[in-house]
Every structure is written in C-alpha cells, then in structure tokens.
Design a protein around this ligand. Structure first.
Ligand SMILES: [Fe+2]
Length: 466
C-alpha cells in the first residue's frame, strides 16, 4: 500500500493501520504529542506491520528508554520473520533495528543515512536518525540528513516547519548560529505552535544573546509550548537563563513551582538530566539548593541506578548522588560506587558502540563527579581536563554539556589553580559572550589572581629591598 505523503510503498494490508502509523510519524516529527500508543494500535491491527514494529523497536533502543530486552526481542522476532517478504526500504529499516538492538547505534545511523538518501521523505528514518545522532553527538551528520529532508519536503506540507526547526537545531549545534536563527524564525512564522522551534530558539539565545532575551522569549511564548511534551525541557532552559543572570531564587522558583509538579515515578529519564544538571550547577556555584530538592530527584530516579548503561544518563545520576559533601554519607557513596562499577563492567564487556564512550568519558567523568563531592579537586582536574574536547561524544547539546566545563572551572578555583581557572573561564566565555554569571566569575577570579600576583610582587620587592 502506498503512503499518501510520499507514495513510498509499505507491505501493509490495512489502510487503518497505515493511517495510524502515518499519524504517529507526524507526531514523532512535530513533537505535539505522544506517538507510541498510535504505533502500538497500528501493530494491534496488523501484527506484521514492519515499519511500525521497527519504529517501536528502535525507540526502545534510544538512550533515554528503560532497557526492555523482552519487548525488543518480540518486535525483532516479528520483523525477522517478515524479512523475506519486505521491500527494499523495509529491509533497510529491519537492518537498522537489528543494529540498534545490539547497541550498534553508529551502524544503525549509517543505514538510516542510506534510507534517507534513497527515500528523503521517509520522515520516520529522518527523525530516528535525528534522535540517534543527538545521543552520539554527530551533529554534522544530523545536519546533512535534515538539509536533505527540508529540501525534499514541500513547503506546504504541515511537517515542513518542524523539519526546518530540526535542521536549525543541527546548524546551531554545528556553530552556524546566524543561519540557524534565520531558519528558526521562518519555522516559527510558518507554525508558532512548534515545540522544537521554540527549543532551538532557546539554544540560539543561550549561546549568542543576553540571557534576559531568553527569559523574555520563553515567557512571551509560553502558551505555544507549555502544553507540549517539550514543556519540561523548556522550563530547564528558562531556569538556565535565570542562573546566567545570577537570579538563583528564580531558578529555584521554576524548579519548585513548575518542574517538580510535572514529576511522577514514570517521568522520562531526560527529566533527570535536566533536574540534576540544574541543581549541580547551583552546587558548583556554592548555592545550596537544599537537600530536599536533591531527594526529589533521587526519589524519582533511584530505581534507575545500575539500569542504564549510557554515559550521559549515568553522569547525571552521579550528580544527584555526589552533591554537597558526599564523604560522610555512606548510603550515597555506596550508590555512587554502584553506578561507577556498572559503567566499568559495561565499558569492558559490552559490544555496543556506546561502550567506547563509557570507557573514554563515562567512567572518568563519573569518577570526577565523585571526587568533586569528596572535595578532591586536583583529582577532578586530572580526570576531566584532558577530556574537555571529547565532551561532544556525550551527545546532548552545547548548553547541556557546558555543565562539565563549569565543573572543571570550579574544581580549578577550589584547587586554587587560578590561572587554569581563568583560562577555562575565558574559553567558555568566548562561546557565551553575553553570559552574566560567567562574566562575574571571570571578574572575581581575575581580581583574585591579580591580588595574588600583587602579593608575590610585594614579597619580591621586599626581598630586593632586603
Ligand atoms: Fe535543549
């Protein structure tokens, strides 16, 4: 049966199942609601629906999904059975799913790249590659796939503004921020209710403009995004602007009044990343966010300790275990060591493409976060400083990964290595020239360094006089 939008053929018999799948792919791309239930209904109608099975299976292999090998196997068994009757496009989707199910996300993205070259309007493949590239940090590859999708998508297609905003995000992450802003504005003009465009604009402002402009943008457009699945993450961006303005009371207001009420035991894991990274930034800046706020995070995500293998998720779990002074808290120390041990085993024994990231980044960064909580700042520096050009392999975004750069800066300050701290602040400040928190940190460390140089000079002068 041919798809209405692209005319690509799927070996599906039920028009109702195909309709549900198409609606799901639209929601997958436009971020306006949950699409998984629609795909599940499509599979209930037609058990052998290859593309729907592959989409469900590949989503279970995403870094933020709770590992569920039984469900992955169930989908895999069906599509493997269907392989001989599948058409060429479906065969490539099955191969993608097979690789993803083994943790070979890089190989999966290579096949998705082939699919999108041959079938540029296969938005299932486009969006899946977008998600996977976001977890591997391969933003140039993401940009290339999105550039083709946008070029091939008719401007009158309702998905066009959403694909445009994802293309703009990839441009933002590859430092093409002026062009990214141009496309993002076009996307928002075409479709104001456009969660990913609001999100991309939040990133562009974060890196290039005064944080107050970010507050103004998100507050004035709140109606456009606050009921979408991206509301939580955009609240994180709003808090970040307040932090960058030095308004920590407002950061905590957003945390308490807007983010925490959205939490439940079934909250997605990307909420953990936002919550932990926000409180960890406060912790780094010696603004105590209060133990009970950390407890909210731990109460929600304690069951995920030892469950996830992905370095990105585990690094944020570690933050929620290593805040304040962790040395005397034996319960937290034990959990932190459990995370590190599970990552060490994973980095040595796994065959997934992510295990090399666990070896390169995950294990040392988690050890560094623990060292920070134990006030071993020299150890933090020796572990993290050589890695700062590799943080991109964590995936995420510049804004998210900057928490690690800030960790190194604050460790250097606390280790009394002010020249190193100053050098690192200048590096980060050059990426965020309007950031007021960094500017004030820079002034503080610069003044302190001058004071110390002054003391040395005075000592030197005294020595000469003597
Ligand atoms: Fe973001």
């Amino acid at each position: 049966m041919a798809d209405k939008r692209s005319e690509y053929v799927s070996s599906v018999a039920s028009s109702e199942a195909l309709q549900l799948y198409n609606e799901a792919v639209e929601l997958f791309v436009n971020h306006k609601g949950s699409f998984i239930d629609l795909v599940k209904r499509a599979v209930e109608i037609e058990n052998d629906f290859i593309l729907a099975r592959c989409l469900l299976g590949c989503m279970l292999c995403d870094v933020y999904s709770v590992p569920n090998p039984t469900e992955v196997k169930m989908h895999l068994d069906v599509v493997n059975e269907c392989y001989p009757k599948a058409n060429d496009r479906e065969k490539l989707h099955i191969q993608t799913f097979r690789e993803a199910s083994l943790g070979h996300i890089k190989k999966a993205t290579e096949i998705l790249d082939q699919i999108t070259m041959r079938y540029p309007q296969d938005f299932h493949a486009v969006k899946l590659s977008f998600l996977y590239y976001k977890s591997t940090g391969e933003f140039i590859r993401m940009r290339n796939i999105l550039s083709r999708a946008v070029t091939h998508c008719p401007k009158e297609d309702p998905l066009y503004p959403h694909l445009l905003s994802q293309y703009a995000f990839s441009l933002e992450e590859t430092n093409e921020r002026q062009y990214a802003e141009e496309l993002c504005r076009e996307s928002l003009t075409l479709q104001p209710i456009n969660p990913w465009a609001s999100h991309t604009m939040a990133h562009i402002i974060e890196e290039t403009k005064d944080p107050q402009k970010g507050v103004d943008f998100l507050c004035s457009t709140q109606e456009d995004w606050n009921k979408t699945p991206y509301a939580f993450h955009l609240l994180w961006h709003l808090s970040l602007y307040y932090l960058d303005l030095g308004q920590s009371d407002k950061v905590l207001d957003v945390f308490d009044a807007k983010m925490v009420p959205l939490l439940s035991k079934s909250s997605p894991v990307f909420y953990l990343v936002d919550l932990a990274s926000l409180l960890w930034r406060l912790n780094l800046l010696n603004i105590d966010p209060d133990e009970k706020r950390w407890q909210v995070i731990l109460d929600t995500y304690r069951s995920k300790i030892g469950v996830f293998s992905h370095s990105w998720v585990n690094a944020h779990l570690m933050m929620s275990l290593c805040y304040g002074k962790v040395t005397a808290d034996t319960a937290r120390l034990a959990l932190a060591n459990q995370v590190i041990q599970s990552m060490e085993v994973y980095s040595k024994e796994s065959v997934s493409s992510d295990c090399s990231v666990a070896d390169l980044l995950g294990v040392p960064v988690c050890n560094a976060l623990l060292a920070y909580g134990q006030e071993k700042y020299d150890e933090v520096l020796s572990l993290m400083l050589p890695l700062r050009y590799d943080f991109i392999k964590f995936g995420g975004s510049w804004a998210q990964r900057q928490v690690f750069e800030l960790t190194i800066i604050m460790a250097a300050i606390k280790a009394n290595d002010l020249s190193q701290a100053l050098a690192l602040i200048i590096e980060l400040k050059s990426q965020k020239p309007h950031n007021k928190m960094l500017e004030s940190l820079y002034r503080r460390v610069l003044d302190e360094s001058r004071l110390r140089i002054g003391v040395k000079t005075l000592n030197g002068t005294a020595a000469i006089e003597t």
